[in-house]
Ligand binder design. Structure first.
Ligand code: UGA
Length: 441
């Protein structure tokens, strides 16, 4: 058991803190946000993540997890201090390291002995060395370890306990060995690297996954034009073990707090060493186009969207999370409102978060039936189970014109053909099955 202090109770920090407590460590989580710390101390977590609230409550009760705004108390007797603060994007796409350096300064000011600092946050290559400099300038002896996280929102706990690898990057063997020992109860494969390589593994992994998604989205557009089916194509490709089946699901483009930010940041990191990362720039451009592709198709279909009732189904950037950051729903809602449409939006959990980033003209509801009632067209943004399980007869019976743009390929073409529906999806043939009089709006 180690005494661990953790700075930052955002998504990564909270999951990391709760999971480290769960495997037996004594964890003190530090944050500057008093209200948040108060709520966390009562077991209330500020976002939706399956299983996390129970894990936090359980470890609060057994007193392995504790929340505080007091850095002296947080760092008191800590063997190791984790940094898990946010690294949001600057205007130019580079990472804003303000919170990272604040954390390093806090450690320099309030830590009492020599420290091992473990960085969980995604930080540009070379940042851990700067963290070490800041702390050692204060007279403390510090060793730094880069220990990037690879967890997915919505599956964070499972990913922590059943991850593919734990990356431990350090220039100091003792520090690396301590971090390996801390993580031992997870029984996940560990790899050791130097600091800079660990920092790069994180960016390269996210950039590669984003590349797979943009690649398959490009192939899907070509499939649409040539009459091939993207699902068969992706499956056939993915069975080649060198390619793999995962992250080849064509859709409305990637969103979230990681891929959009990390891809832009890696372009900047490359630019800083005078390398133009052409491939990754293309990945980003493809994704930007993919997010608005369905509205553009709809504009071709309806000529203009003025006064049309549009149902947006799903607002979060993927299912099982209330996170709407960089979700296609934001660009779609703005564009639709800009085109003069009336937009009604459904999501099972993300409405509160969506209200602060979507245009205020949008009407929000947790009832699918309410958004579909007399709608002229529906756009599926997120493949929530609630949406995938929705019988097609509901669209057919409730909408004024059942025209569906499915950004997640939630329905099989065979099933759609059984209904009086016009159905556009990604990388598959369009089904035009509307009664003639409903075809023209
Ligand atoms: C991603 C990575 O998967 C994690 O490994 C990483 O730790 C995390 O970023 C991070 O850097 O913190 P996350 O953002 O939670 O995790 O979401 P993903 O499940 O990777 O999905 C990202 C986006 O890609 C979503 O919008 C999703 O719908 C989309 N996606 C994913 C596709 O369009 N097609 C796919 O085949 C897979």
């Amino acid at each position: 058991m180690r005494k661990i202090s953790l700075i930052g109770t955002g998504y990564v920090g909270l999951v990391t803190g709760a999971c480290l407590a769960e495997i037996g460590h004594q964890v003190r989580c530090l944050d500057i946000d008093e209200q948040k710390i108060y709520n966390l101390s009562k077991g209330t977590i500020p976002f939706y993540e399956p299983g996390l609230e129970d894990l936090v409550k359980e470890n609060l009760e057994n007193e392995r997890l504790l929340f505080t705004t007091n850095p002296s108390f947080a760092f008191h007797e800590a063997d190791v201090i984790y940094i898990a603060v946010g690294t949001p994007a600057n205007e130019d796409g580079s990472s804003n390291l303000e919170y990272i350096f604040q954390a390093a300064n806090n450690i320099a000011t309030y830590a009492t002995g020599n420290v091992i600092v473990v960085t969980k946050s995604t930080v540009p290559v070379g940042t851990n060395e700067r963290i070490r400099e800041i702390i050692t300038m204060s007279g403390l002896k510090a060793e730094v370890v880069s220990n990037p996280e690879f967890l997915r929102e919505g599956q964070a706990i499972n990913d922590t306990f059943r991850g593919d690898r734990i990356v431990i990057g350090s220039d100091n063997q003792r520090a690396a060995a301590i971090v390996e020992e801390i993580n031992k109860p997870f029984h996940v494969k560990v790899i050791h690297t130097d600091l800079r390589s660990a920092e790069m593994i994180k960016y390269a992994s996210n950039a590669f996954l984003a590349t797979k998604i943009s690649f398959i989205n490009e192939i899907s557009t070509i499939c649409e034009k040539l009459g091939a089916n993207i699902e068969d194509v992706a499956y056939g490709m993915g069975l080649d073990s060198r390619i793999g089946t995962q992250f080849l699901k064509a859709g409305i483009g990637y969103g979230g707090s990681c891929f959009p930010k990390d891809t832009k940041s890696l372009v900047q990191i490359a630019g800083n060493v005078k390398h133009k990362f052409d491939l990754l720039e293309a990945v980003i451009n493809v994704n930007n186009k993919q997010q608005v592709k369905l509205v553009e198709q709809a504009l071709g279909r309806f000529e203009n969207l003025q006064g049309l009732n549009v149902a947006l189904l799903g607002l979060s950037f993927k299912p099982n999370t209330d996170d709407v950051r960089e979700s296609a729903s934001i660009v779609l809602a703005n564009r639709l409102i800009g085109e003069g449409a009336n937009v009604a939006a459904y999501d099972p959990v993300a409405i509160e978060k969506a209200k602060s980033v979507l245009p205020r003209e949008v009407h929000f509801t947790k009832e699918i039936a309410e958004v579909l009632h007399l709608a002229d067209m529906a756009i599926i943004v997120t493949d929530w189970d609630e949406i995938k399980r929705l019988p097609l007869s509901i669209y057919e019976n409730m909408m004024r014109t059942p025209v569906i743009y499915d950004g997640r390929n939630c329905y099989s073409i065979e099933a759609v053909k059984q209904h009086r529906i016009e159905y556009h999806s990604i990388g598959r043939r369009t089904v035009m099955n509307l009664p003639k009089k409903a075809m023209v709006h």
